[in-house]
Design a protein around this ligand. Structure first.
Ligand SMILES: Cc1cc2nc3c(=O)[nH]c(=O)nc-3n(C[C@H](O)[C@H](O)[C@H](O)COP(=O)(O)OP(=O)(O)OC[C@H]3O[C@@H](n4cnc5c(N)ncnc54)[C@H](O)[C@@H]3O)c2cc1C
Length: 534
């Protein structure tokens, strides 16, 4: 074991160069702290990463659209100056098996006309729904842009915070204050039923409630996940999603550039083997190559399971805390299929290019279809006919594919980590899973198979092996009510501090959770600076 050459210079070591670790590093470096980021992979970004997997074709390998990234982080870290460029999505396209389709546009009036083809009632209720969601998002924003409230604290500041939150709901003259509570416990479908009748509209809307969860669209609790995905905003418009130019790795690289500009040091191919704990206090890390790096503060951006049970070790944890972390649910349920195509995919229901393809495309033809896809997963199988969210970023970003060629990114659910043969058997089933995805898509794009130049299939097992996402959970832990707010990742430990003195956490497994938000990294860094932890 040898000492890292610059070991004694760092105030803080950040484990993991995903976008949250980088955000924490950027804020700490901006405040004048000497920071070192250690990333295990050869490239930065974690689940927000771009890689040229096939000559000339750059993929957003995992996450593929952005919306939740907090606007004030973009401003405070000057991410536009550091290379961030977001291209707004124009539409959400739903091809249907009967040859019809539904397109929801960024222009509400155009969407209303399109929805009216299926249900006049639903088209008339759309503005009311949008208003309700906007109001809910304003409330939710108060929660996600601050450290989690602490209902167990009697400190005046905490009580005032809870009071202010309560008043926000009380002051609302509409029924929305009750909706907040309903939202927390309802299923996505029940929630949408409050406004809409048409399956064609409700099915593609309900899928926002199951992303990254091991739940179905009719499972209680999924309405909250739906709101989580609505909370994103681009230029002040809620529910606005975009592509990052060059793939989602562009976001991570812009944050890394900001961190470096403030003096942070970032090392790739520097996996951390364990956190050094002495007398209940963290004082450095040991790298996979055996080197030791010391610092008075260690900040982990990897998921809670990996941080505490593997990098720290249960021998350093109180039984009750270790039990909470062991019980924290990850249960990955998603996979990803990335395709390089030699031509534009032709949807039989609407052939050719057009703005309807310049956004996301959902394979979610009905609520029953989605629920059936979940049924297979419940019993340890991937869905033969899964929910798929497709984007073709090469249509709006020429930097990601050669002229005339395309990259097609397919987010897939369900692919349970725990398949019935056991997760370690995923490699034998990987290509069958990829085939199920391509076969499903080919029902809507008949010439797809012949146009594939290259295919990458990522199962939850692959997400764990390659990206360090325990059980392949895309959000570092399910976004269920019992794992959110002051309970994320463990009751009493939701403010980025941990029971190990000098060890902090800042990844998606902390408040306010997963997605390319940057909020956990930012809030962790600001909390540390405020409490003069370093
Ligand atoms: C397939 C998929 C699709 C998704 N789609 C979207 C989407 O479209 N939009 C969206 O907003 N969100 C999406 N998400 C979720 C989002 O990408 C994640 O929630 C977010 O990127 C996680 O960021 P993070 O920094 O908290 O953690 P991570 O990105 O997981 O970063 C942790 C980093 O730590 C590194 N690491 C792990 N172990 C070690 C170690 N021992 N030593 C050093 N480094 C280590 C990892 O390599 C990684 O770089 C998706 C995720 C996946 C997997």
């Amino acid at each position: 074991m040898s000492e890292h050459p610059h070991s004694s210079h760092y105030d803080a070591i950040v484990i993991g160069g995903g976008h949250n670790g980088l955000t924490a590093a950027a804020y700490l470096a901006k405040a004048g702290r000497k920071v070192l980021v250690l990333e295990r992979r050869h490239v930065l970004g974690g689940a927000a990463v771009s890689e040229e997997l096939y000559p000339g074709f750059t993929f957003s390998v995992c996450s593929y659209v952005v919306s939740l990234l907090r606007p004030h982080i973009i401003r405070e870290l000057e991410l536009a100056r550091h290379g961030l460029e977001i291209i707004p999505l124009e539409a959400s396209f739903l091809p249907l098996p009967n040859g019809d389709s539904l397109t929801r546009w960024s222009d509400p009036e155009r969407t209303r006309r399109e929805v009216a083809r299926f249900s006049r009632h639903d088209s008339e209720r759309l503005p009311e729904f949008s208003l309700a969601m906007t109001k809910l998002c304003w409330l939710a924003k108060r929660i996600i842009d601050e450290p989690a409230p602490d209902p167990a604290s009697l400190a005046p500041r905490e009580l005032l915070k809870l009071l202010r939150l309560g008043r926000t709901m009380k002051d609302d003259p509409t029924d929305l204050r009750w909706l907040n509570f309903k939202l927390l416990t309802m299923s996505a479908v029940d929630f949408l039923d409050l406004w809409f009748e048409s399956d064609v509209l409700k099915a593609p809307m309900s899928v926002s409630g199951i992303i990254g969860t091991f739940l179905g669209v009719r499972s209680p609790g999924t309405a909250y996940v739906l709101l989580h995905h609505y909370m994103g905003e681009i230029d002040g418009a809620f529910r606005a999603w975009g592509f990052s130019k060059g793939g989602t790795g562009g976001i991570s690289l812009a944050i890394a550039n900001a961190a470096r500009a403030h003096g942070a040091e970032i090392l790739e191919q520097s996996g951390v083997e364990r956190v050094l704990v002495h007398g209940g206090k963290a004082n450095g890390v040991v790298l996979e190559n055996g080197d030791t790096v010391r610092a008075s503060t260690v900040i982990s951006s990897v998921d809670p399971n990996r941080t505490f049970l593997r990098l720290v070790g249960e021998e350093h944890l109180e039984d009750e805390f270790a039990a909470q972390i062991r019980r924290y649910r990850l249960r990955g349920s998603s996979g990803k299929v990335n395709l390089a195509l030699d031509r534009l995919p032709e949807f039989s229901c609407r052939p050719g290019d057009g703005p309807h393809l310049h956004g996301d495309i959902a394979i979610a033809p009905s609520i029953d279809y989605l629920e059936r896809a979940y049924d297979e997963a419940k019993y340890g199988d991937f869905s033969e006919r899964p929910y798929i969210n497709v984007v073709i970023p090469s249509l709006v970003d020429p930097t990601v594919a050669p002229p005339g060629k395309h990259v097609m990114s397919c987010f897939v659910q369900y692919a349970p980590y725990d398949i019935k043969e056991g997760p370690e058997h995923w490699p034998e089933r990987r290509e069958a899973f990829g085939d199920a995805v391509v076969d499903t898509l080919a029902e809507y794009i008949p010439g797809l198979r012949e146009s594939i130049l290259y295919r990458q299939v990522l199962t939850p097992w692959d997400l764990e092996q390659e990206f360090g996402l325990t059980e392949g959970n895309i959000f570092h832990g399910e976004l269920s009510l019992d794992q959110l707010l002051f309970l994320r990742p463990a009751a009493g430990w939701a403010r980025y501090r941990t029971p190990i003195e000098g060890l902090w956490v800042c990844g998606s497994g902390t408040h306010p959770g997963g997605g390319i938000m940057g909020a956990p990294g930012e809030l962790a860094a600001k909390t540390m600076l405020q409490s003069r932890a370093l």
